[in-house]
Design a protein around this ligand. Structure first.
Ligand code: ADP
Length: 552
């Protein structure tokens, strides 16, 4: 800016000086020509007064010229023929009637002309006047040399250069002062804007007010945008940080733009280093080299993960998802279907076998009764299985509201229904039930739990064993069902709550169930937030305990 102002100032002033010099040279030249013309007219008057009667030859011309201090004198006839000349041989000189000053004098009585001289830097100034003597006309021409316009300009050049030098110095000074005055407030303004940390800038100059306003508006806008960006970044960080998925955004193996906490942990990544598995894992390295989107399965610390790579501009993304639970769920679903199919297959095969035998008349009449009993028993078993599966699955979609149930009453009612079975197996039954113990649930759920625990206590009991049901109230009600039956080994205690798990597969189909009872109890307790536990010793007995949610 300063440079530009200086340059423009210099250019304008130099141009001005040069133009003025040319103008002055021209004016001076015209004035000097005019002065020379006037001089020649005076000389001509001298001739008219003093030398009119002398002969018009070169000698008179030379004498007159000498008298006038070297002015060239030429005498011409009325036809333009040179009669005498102070500087040249008249006989040699050509006809002068065509010369501008001569032609003009012949026409008007006097003529004036300026012509380039043979001598460089000078012009010749001619003045010619017509005279008549004794009825005969002739012309007298006087000529002197005057400085040409160019030579005047050349003469003035040293002064001009000096002026130019001075001009440059003055321009430098003036431009510096001027630019300082003009730019200082602008510089102050920009400095305030740059270092003011978002504070409003202010100027006393009305011309700069719009600029200050614009800067303040822009500063405010930038400030708002920065706040928005910071907030976005915080949210971004929060989202990425709390994501259970691992995410890596990278340009190349060793140019990682973003990596969240989960990915750092899973990939063992420290700050500013290339990601190990990008080079160490051959399959990953090949995938990165190909740049084709793909998903790889990887195991980290015994858990299953999927590594999904997507490639693009401006960066590539690796999304790491923990697939352990999803895969376990898929496996569990497959197991469930396999178990259901298996459990259904057994009674169906039996029913079909007997039905075919009866149909083929292969069953003797005396055994028909037992065959039909088997068919009925297997059908019951099948419908029991189906009911159990429905019950088990229905828990997930059971959104019916809880209410206060008198558990003491339910325990007594359910226990009573088992009296025949207890008697049949000669089991001593004790019931220690506190009155009025209430829990928040639904009656049918509590009946389901009790049915499963009490029937197991009978089913897996010994002949002549004992079974006890206890219910205590208080701040945290608890129900326990304990027997002196076959017990469960330590290793099986962790698995008896799995679906379709039975300790002794030989139970299936016979007196045993399908391994859905305890899974149902567990699911109901988990949904209600109750604590279910088992204590057992193989060959001695088992105790199942439920601690209900504390009463509010
Ligand atoms: P089931 O219908 O086979 O009884 P459960 O889910 O109720 O299925 O029980 C799973 C397994 O746990 C049973 O097969 C049995 O081996 C064992 N079990 C359950 N209750 C008892 C108990 N009171 N005493 C000994 N073993 C038991």
């Amino acid at each position: 800016m300063r440079k530009r102002i200086l340059l423009v100032t210099l250019l304008v002033s130099v141009l001005g000086i040069v133009l003025l010099s040319i103008l002055f040279s021209d004016v001076f030249y015209r004035q000097s020509i005019e002065a020379v013309g006037g001089q020649l007219q005076i000389y001509m008057n001298v001739f008219s007064a003093e030398r009119q009667n002398e002969p018009l030859d070169s000698a008179t011309a030379a004498a007159f010229s000498e008298e006038l201090g070297g002015v060239r004198v030429t005498f011409l006839s009325a036809e333009g023929e040179v009669l005498g000349d102070s500087d040249a041989d008249a006989a040699q000189m050509e006809d002068h009637s065509g010369r501008e000053e001569v032609a003009e004098a012949l026409e008007t009585g006097e003529g004036f002309a300026v012509r380039d001289s043979a001598t460089l830097g000078y012009d010749s100034v001619y003045y010619c006047r017509a005279f008549t003597e004794g009825g005969e006309a002739y012309l007298v021409r006087l000529a002197v040399q005057a400085d040409s316009g160019l030579s005047i300009f050349v003469d003035a050049l040293p002064t001009l250069l000096l002026l130019l030098g001075l001009d440059i110095l003055i321009c430098l000074f003036v431009a510096w002062i001027a630019t300082s005055y003009i730019l200082r407030p602008v510089e102050k303004l920009t400095q305030e804007a740059a270092t003011g940390a978002g504070k409003e800038v202010h100027t006393d100059y009305p011309e700069l007010q719009p600029l200050a306003k614009m800067m303040n508006d822009m500063n405010a806008e930038i400030g708002a945008q920065l706040t928005r960006i910071r907030a976005d970044r915080r949210i971004e960080k929060l989202v990425l940080g709390s994501m259970e998925h691992g995410i890596v955004i990278f340009r190349s193996q060793d140019d990682v733009l973003l990596i969240n906490k989960t990915a750092r942990r899973l990939l063992g990544y420290e700050k500013n280093e290339p990601i190990d598995c990008f080079t160490a894992d051959a399959e990953v390295a090949a995938l990165l080299a190909a740049g084709e989107p793909a998903t790889l399965a990887r195991k980290i610390d015994g858990r299953d993960y999927s590594f999904r790579f997507t490639f693009g501009e401006p960066a590539n993304v690796l999304l790491i998802t923990d697939m352990t639970d999803i895969m376990a769920a898929a496996r569990s679903k497959n197991d469930f279907i396999a178990n259901v199919t298996h459990e259904m297959n057994t009674p169906l095969t039996s029913i079909r076998g007997f039905a075919e035998l009866i149909g083929a008349g292969a069953v003797p009449p005396e055994r028909l009764k037992s065959a039909s009993d088997t068919i009925i028993k297997q059908s019951d078993r099948l419908s029991h299985l189906i009911r159990s599966i429905i019950n088990f699955s229905a828990i997930d979609s059971d959104d019916l509201p809880d209410y206060e149930v008198d558990l003491s009453e339910v325990v007594r009612e359910v226990s009573a229904t088992f009296e025949p079975s207890l008697r049949q197996k000669n089991i001593a039954f004790t019931e220690e039930v506190e009155d009025g113990v209430k829990v928040l649930s639904r009656r049918e759920r509590l009946v389901e739990i009790l049915n499963n625990l009490v029937s197991n206590g009978i089913r897996y009991n010994k002949e002549g064993g004992s079974l006890a049901v206890r219910l205590v109230g208080g701040a945290r009600p608890a129900l326990s069902v304990s027997d002196t039956g076959i017990g469960i080994s330590k290793e099986n205690q962790g698995r008896i709550f799995d679906r379709f798990y039975t300790v002794d597969r030989s139970h299936n189909g016979a007196g045993g169930g399908f391994g859905l009872g305890l899974a149902t109890v567990k699911k109901l307790c988990r949904r209600a937030g109750w604590k279910l536990s088992v204590e057992s010793a193989l060959g001695e007995g088992t105790e199942f305990k439920i601690e209900f949610a504390p009463r509010k």
